[in-house]
Design a protein around this ligand. Structure first.
Ligand SMILES: [Zn+2]
Length: 348
């Protein structure tokens, strides 16, 4: 059997999972399971790296996936989270990232050139450190340079929760992302600061107004883990106009494998969910262009489709692409080359 096509992925929550695990992170990462991304599963499936998110999990407010069993649904946005609590949670996950890097299980990449070196070396997997929800940063952005020095190179100003910077979309189906206000003045300053440092600004959980505000501040439009609204009308997915804007600004959209964002009916049901992946990719490519679409698995953060139960199953998605008539060149672009080129252009 030939080696699997290698994947550079737009989004996963492995750091959150490892931070919550009682075992040392390097130990939990090295065993087969549980977890969508572990070293053995990554090797088996060709998972060669990606954006690794740090997420400010609010100990007070959980998200109950059972809501996704009964569309239509509309979950109220959770309250804003305290900066102090968020900072402790994020520093815990930054520590996990450092431990994996120091143990040689990942290669934390801080420049585009370093990322290409890591990718070409092949092992360990490449990590670009991402912040999903900027609750740990104050409106004066004082924490930004500390985070940058820790290796952070990508920020989503919001998860599906308000921050001092922007407003997230609720988990609402059916709906488009026009669910609330855009960037605040502090949010515009944060985007400009990211652009100045060569950091990625991720709009995946942001309202439609916020999304266009990000472009106004000069950033390439990126949605690391969002799908085509025309196929699955979730507030987390991107309208045709948003996808076109991503292409026009030289940005990227990453295919989210989460069943609730893949399925046209918005349900959690894993059976048959993978059947819709190609329809999303087709639409995303038609609207954004084939150089502006990649993968954004949401591994370790979302319910996965049958047949794509972990990183070990990535070849099943590649096979769907082949079955749909995608050629080797397009498959390479979607699986890694577009993200790598984008990051080479963006990171300092
Ligand atoms: Zn997310």
């Amino acid at each position: 059997m030939s080696d699997p096509v290698r994947v550079f992925d737009g989004h996963n929550d492995a750091l959150l999972r490892l931070w919550r695990d009682d075992r040392p992170a390097t130990q939990a990462f090295a065993v087969e399971s549980p977890g969508h991304i572990t070293l053995p599963r990554a090797r088996a499936g060709g998972f060669g790296g990606g954006f690794f998110a740090m997420f400010a999990l609010d100990p007070q407010v959980g998200l109950d996936f059972a809501i996704f069993d009964n569309p239509p649904y509309d979950t109220p946005l959770p309250p804003q989270m305290s900066r102090d609590v968020a900072w402790r949670v994020i520093m815990g996950q930054a520590q996990v990232a450092q431990e994996l890097d120091q143990a040689g299980q990942v290669w934390m990449c801080k420049t585009g050139a370093e990322l290409r070196r890591a990718w070409n070396a092949g092992d360990p997997m490449a990590m670009v450190l991402h912040l999903e929800g900027a609750e740990c940063i104050g409106p004066d952005l004082a924490e930004l340079d500390t985070l940058f020095d820790l290796g952070l190179r990508s920020i989503g100003p919001v998860w599906s929760r308000p921050t001092v910077f922007a407003h997230g979309v609720p988990f609402r189906y059916p709906s488009d992302g026009d669910t609330g206000p855009g960037l605040t003045a502090a949010g515009r300053a944060l985007v400009r600061a990211c652009v100045a440092r060569g950091m990625v600004v991720d709009c995946s959980h942001m309202t439609m107004k916020g999304f266009y505000d990000v472009a106004d501040e000069g950033a390439a439009l990126v949605a690391t883990h969002s799908n085509a609204h025309a196929v699955s009308p979730s507030a987390r997915n991107l309208t045709d106009d948003q996808l076109r804007a991503i292409g026009q600004t030289g940005g990227m959209a990453g295919l989210n494998f989460g069943t609730v964002f893949l399925r046209p009916d918005g349900r959690r049901n894993a059976a048959g969910a993978l059947d819709h992946a190609i329809a999303h990719l087709d639409r995303m490519i038609d609207m954004a262009g084939e150089d502006h679409v990649g993968l954004g698995s949401d591994f370790d953060g979302a319910p996965m489709p049958e047949g794509l139960d972990s990183a070990a199953d990535l070849p099943n998605l590649v096979q769907r692409m082949r079955d749909a008539g995608y050629g080797d060149q397009l498959i390479a672009k979607l699986c890694h080359e577009n993200w790598l080129r984008f990051l080479e252009r963006t990171l300092p």
